[in-house]
Write a protein that binds this ligand. Structure first.
Ligand SMILES: Cc1cc2nc3c(=O)[nH]c(=O)nc-3n(C[C@H](O)[C@H](O)[C@H](O)COP(=O)(O)O)c2cc1C
Length: 383
């Protein structure tokens, strides 16, 4: 029986263990979306993960839903990311960039004054943090993409993908979940189009599939492109009917693309992270069926699970054949040596979510490894 601490062959990429540092937005970039040196330190500290997936990163400025999150649209951003990948590789790690275009999710005050774009003129009924005014309603001012402009956005993803390769990443995860642009195309309530990108479950999958094809083209290798999906979740104003039809059609096509992996986050975990209450579930708006089974039954390749995992839960899921790789999110914020801690059953440092977003290195790069903790606590190095 394999253990979560055993090696995993992700096509030609050998992962030393099956523990993944999940993508986590931390708002540590400059206002122009340039990654900062503290980000390189942060990811390098976590290089013992089987795989690191970066925070959501925009391929174009209109796709920047949140302030101070990084982009990969300009040469300056590419060069700054190269320092991150170098730092991770120098510590023996592997790192994918998560590409996140937020579409209608956000507000122009967060995206450098740029009007947000969307599949249809349906604003997201949800709130978002802004730098100056705190929590505000998401914008109602949307630019509806023409068919030609949809292809232009796909091309933006492609150009950004070329930059990820030049910046030395090991691959890309397309953020197709959490109510962002590809998810807005998938949903029958945010995509009211009647062109080639809307009108039926299969047509609504076209945007995500075309983006993935463009990313594969940029890399020349489908095995370095993964995708995160979140069937039926209620988050960032996302509401989906026809979940089963749409995602069955989507996954059938994902199989043909021969990707690195499909990742998902449980609806329950997204709900608790976003502070949504139980009424959302009671109202039946959340998709009840647990995605582990749904995705495993349909998808032929590597599956990455996330949401409230512990060492034991991840191992149980591996033993039951429900997933192959396991994301740890919050535990990674406060435990740079998470793999070593879990392997040795050392206690985990609890995370201070009050320091989740923004700010500098405090609450970001100052969480000690277990060994450093021993030194601090006992005044002498261990071993
Ligand atoms: C501070 C924070 C930021 C996050 N940002 C992202 C993100 O940019 N992209 C993404 O796909 N998921 C994001 N997530 C979700 C995590 O990747 C992960 O799926 C989630 O935290 C559940 O895992 P956990 O229960 O181990 O924390 C974020 C989570 C946290 C806590």
């Amino acid at each position: 029986m394999p253990s979560i601490f055993d090696e995993y062959q992700l096509h030609d990429l050998t992962l030393p263990n099956r523990i993944v540092m999940g993508p986590m937005t931390r708002a540590k970039a400059t206002p122009e979306g340039v990654p900062t040196p503290i980000m390189a330190t942060h990811y390098a500290q976590r290089a013992s993960a089987g795989l690191i997936i970066t925070e959501g990163t925009w391929p174009e400025r209109r796709g920047q839903g949140y302030f101070d999150i990084p982009g990969i649209e300009t040469q300056e951003q590419q060069d700054a990311w190269a320092k991150v990948t170098e730092a991770v590789h120098a510590k023996g790690g592997r790192i994918f960039l998560q590409m996140e275009h937020t579409g209608r999710v956000g507000h122009e005050v967060n995206s450098g004054g740029n009007t947000l774009c969307a599949p249809s003129d349906v604003p997201a009924d949800f709130k978002i943090f802004s730098r100056d005014e705190g929590l505000i309603q998401m914008t109602t001012k949307l630019h509806v993409l023409s068919t030609e402009e949809v292809w232009e956005v796909i091309e933006k993803y492609g150009k950004a993908a070329e930059r990820t390769k030049a910046a030395g990443f090991d691959g890309i995860e397309l953020h197709g979940a959490s109510g962002y642009l590809p998810h807005q195309f998938l949903s029958d309530t945010s995509n009211l189009r009647d062109d080639e990108f809307g009108g039926s479950p299969v047509k609504r999958t076209k945007f995500m599939i075309e983006v993935l094809k463009r990313l594969i083209e940029a890399w020349g290798d489908s095995h370095r492109i993964g995708v995160k999906i979140s069937p039926g979740i209620l988050y960032n104003g996302s509401v989906e009917n026809e979940v089963e039809e749409t995602y069955s059609a989507l996954i059938e096509q994902l199989n043909e693309l021969d990707l690195a992996y499909v990742a998902f986050q449980t609806p329950e975990s997204l709900r608790s992270l976003s502070g949504m209450d139980n009424d959302d579930i009671a109202n039946g708006a959340i998709w009840h069926r647990f995605p582990y089974e749904f995705i495993r039954e349909r998808y032929n390749g590597t599956v990455i699970a996330s949401g409230d995992l512990t060492r034991t839960l991840a191992q149980n899921a591996l033993d039951a054949g429900k997933a192959d790789l396991f994301v740890f999110g919050r535990a990674y914020m406060s435990n740079p040596d998470l793999v070593e801690r879990m392997r040795n059953c050392w206690p985990l440092t609890p995370v201070d979510m009050g320091r989740g977003y923004g700010g500098g290195e405090e609450g970001y790069n100052d969480y000690p490894t277990w060994e450093e903790q021993q030194t601090e606590e006992h005044g002498k190095p261990v071993g």
